[in-house]
Write a protein that binds this ligand. Sequence first.
Ligand code: GUN
Length: 286
Amino acid sequence: MSQLIDGKKISAQVKEAVKQEVATLKQQGIPVGLAVVLVGDDPASKVYVGSKKRTCEELGIHSEEYLLPASTTEEELLELVKKLNQSTTVNGILVQLPLPKQINEETILNAIDPIKDVDAFHPYNVGKIMIGDFDFLPCTPAGIMDLIASTGVDLTGKQCVVIGRSNIVGKPMAMLMLHQNGTVTICHSKTQNLKEITSKADVLIAAVGKANFVTADMVKPGAVVIDVGMNRLENGKLCGDVKYDEVQEAAGYLTPVPGGVGPMTIATLMRNTVTAAKLQHKRNQK
Ligand code: GUN
């Protein structure tokens, strides 16, 4: 029977530390602000954006929400990003992905000032992560690293397997585990003999986007299993990428959905926003 990794509890600790830091910065006359931009009305994105706003309020972070219609053009969104780059009340800019198809995501992400890029999606920040000299880490992978750290498992020399190769999770996740001396394998939809690879993993990250994809026979007994999935079933229930009931019997540690990775992503976003505010303050002092 595996041990539950409690993302709710660990994220609460991160948020408490952020809250105290925000209060200290405020006393020094350094306000902290985040702008969240949502284009269109994707229901899942709306939920994420709402909880980001609520968490800002909870921690004393100024938040600005920009809800734009699905018909917004690339030029209009670029205008807003440029305005937010210049804004003195906004330290962090998050443009919720995915964007409607008339807007090129890369064009938008490239337009965000890297010092306000709290998602760490700008090529400048992606490159810094690759080198291992970074200001921001992408929220979901950084949150997962905190969850892994909470188990006490040291990644040095361990087989670490990521299923999924997205820019948001899979690729940066692999890089962060490599920085901690893991032996990392990235699997994806074209991978052959997937089960053979995953069943050797000491740490398995499931970022597939398919409900119940990871079954007990794919998991090494005692492994740390992190479920990044957020799949909405037909009955409205939220479900991860891991078949929880059976993998729970095999894994050593397992994250639940909800209450695992999700809360950590938001907590890390808040931490990144504070980092952004401090970096900008330092730059402005020069
Ligand atoms: N869509 C899904 N995850 C994320 C994220 O971490 N950041 C942004 N901006 N969009 C997302």
